[in-house]
Unconditional design. Sequence first.
Length: 75
Amino acid sequence: MAITADMAEKWGLVNHVVETGEVLKKAKEIAEAILRNNRDMVFRYKSVINDGFKLDLAHALALEQVSFFLNLRES
């Protein structure tokens, strides 16, 4: 059974479902929203995400938690 876009959105596998011709527009909207955030925080979160992909779930969640608390202390 194939997973439809609506199913993927409902299950939380994707954040947005758009029509084929609207993909680039939506991607730009998301990029602009990211750019409105603190640059250092964006880089830190990106680093945590990339590092987390290299770990098993338990260690990735621990990394996320430590990073979250470190970012709270520094902000």
